[in-house]
Ligand binder design. Structure first.
Ligand code: AR6
Length: 170
């Protein structure tokens, strides 16, 4: 399994699946969710409406419509409050759920945005530590389906944290 850390717009990546930092309604919003829905087009919103929503810490998969990837995995991270409201467990669960869905759909390359670190206010350094723990665990249990994991950072702060914490994997 290869891990890459890049700075890019996730809507431009030609991977098997991109992960969306969605909300419970799955009906779109700002940030990366807004960018994904804008580029994917009306078909994505229609499919999301049919699904009807997603719990915090879970994820669902849809087609990618006009995006260059094949699938979108919509993961719902937590709103950060004070760190005492299961935020780290819920954030880890959003990433883990996405990985399980990826394995179940034979997805070999997957790009993650920095879930919850925008509108939802999760401190970027703390979120990155949670993500590192999830992927260390995943490496041990990896079934060999997911071959290429891309952490797609959009801002320099996240990029620097990821480059530092994932250094040994790169
Ligand atoms: N490509 C990659 N990363 C991006 C892009 C992009 N095009 N645009 C923003 N980011 P956010 P959240 C980064 O706010 O905190 C929405 O309204 C951004 O720099 O998109 O999980 C949803 O509908 C940040 O590091 O998601 C929800 O209501 C990261 O994506 C809510 O925001 C996540 O920021 C979810 O909040």
């Amino acid at each position: 399994m290869k891990i890459n850390v890049i700075k890019a717009d996730i809507t431009e990546l030609k991977v098997d699946a991109v992960v969306n930092a969605a909300n419970n309604s799955l009906l779109g919003g700002g940030g990366v969710d807004g960018a994904i829905h804008r580029k994917a087009g009306a078909g994505l919103l229609k499919e999301c409406k049919k699904i009807g929503g997603c719990e915090t810490g879970s994820a669902v998969i849809t087609k990618a419509y006009n995006l260059p990837c094949m699938y979108v995995i919509h993961a719902v991270g937590p709103v950060y409050n004070d760190g005492l409201h299961n935020e780290s467990e819920l954030l880890a669960s959003a990433y883990k759920s996405s990985l399980i869905i990826a394995e179940n759909n034979n997805i070999r390359s997957i790009a993650f945005p920095n879930i919850s670190t925008g509108v939802y206010g999760y401190p970027k350094d703390k979120a990155c530590l949670v993500v590192k723990e999830v992927f260390e665990g995943f490496q041990k249990s990896n079934k060999g389906i997911v071959e290429n994991i891309i952490f797609c950072c959009f801002d320099n702060e996240n990029l620097q944290f990821y480059l530092k914490l994932f250094k040994k994997f790169l």
